[in-house]
Design a protein around this ligand. Structure first.
Ligand code: GNR
Ligand code: NI
Length: 171
């Protein structure tokens, strides 16, 4: 088991589009375990492989109160969207930022589970929002891209400075 480093916006690698998983081998199983461990350690409700610099279509989510219900989505896609809502979101790749973005209220998702079995899921509430947020990551999209250019610029500047300060503190 290992904690994986999480890429931070505006790291350009966050804009990589993930490729489908071809074979569910031992390395994919190990990656899923490490992603889950990383998500729980960071107290996130979801994590996409893109965020740990692995560009395969894998996301892990746990929206349960007790943090004991891991959901794994391999090669997941949204096949239906209904309604619209305003969703206040944060992201482990954009620390310290919470902003409201537009989302569908309900989604239908098709994916494979960790055993490679296909399933379909209808979601609403936090799970629906989280699925849209994670699948955006896998398409190379970070939630701040829904904001105005002005807001994105301010966030970029702030996180860029933060990264410089973190680097200076290490030297
Ligand atoms: O931990 C997270 N919380 C969250 C809150 C509202 C909407 C989406 C999310 S996902 C985020 C973890 C993360 O960055 N996943 O990519
Ligand atoms: Ni995120």
């Amino acid at each position: 088991m290992a904690l994986l480093p999480i890429l931070r916006f505006p790291d350009l690698r966050l804009h990589t589009k993930a490729a489908p998983v071809e074979a569910l081998d031992a390395s994919v199983a190990a990656l899923i375990r490490d992603m889950a461990e990383t998500m729980y350690a960071a107290e996130g409700v979801g994590l996409a492989a893109t965020q740990v610099d692995v560009h395969q279509r894998i996301a892990v989510i746990d929206v349960s109160e007790k943090r004991d219900t891991l959901q794994v989505f391999i090669n997941g896609e949204i096949v239906g969207r209904e309604g619209a809502c305003e969703s206040e979101e944060g992201c482990l790749s954009v620390p310290g930022v919470r902003e409201t973005v537009p989302r569908a209220e309900r989604v239908t998702v098709r994916a494979l589970n960790e055993k490679g079995e296909p399933f379909e899921l209808e979601a609403e509430g936090l799970l629906a929002v989280c699925l849209q947020h994670e699948f955006d990551h896998l398409d190379g999209k970070v939630f701040v891209e829904y904001l105005s250019r002005l807001k994105q610029g301010r966030i970029k500047t702030r996180l860029f400075k933060q990264a410089q300060d973190d680097k200076d503190a290490k030297d």
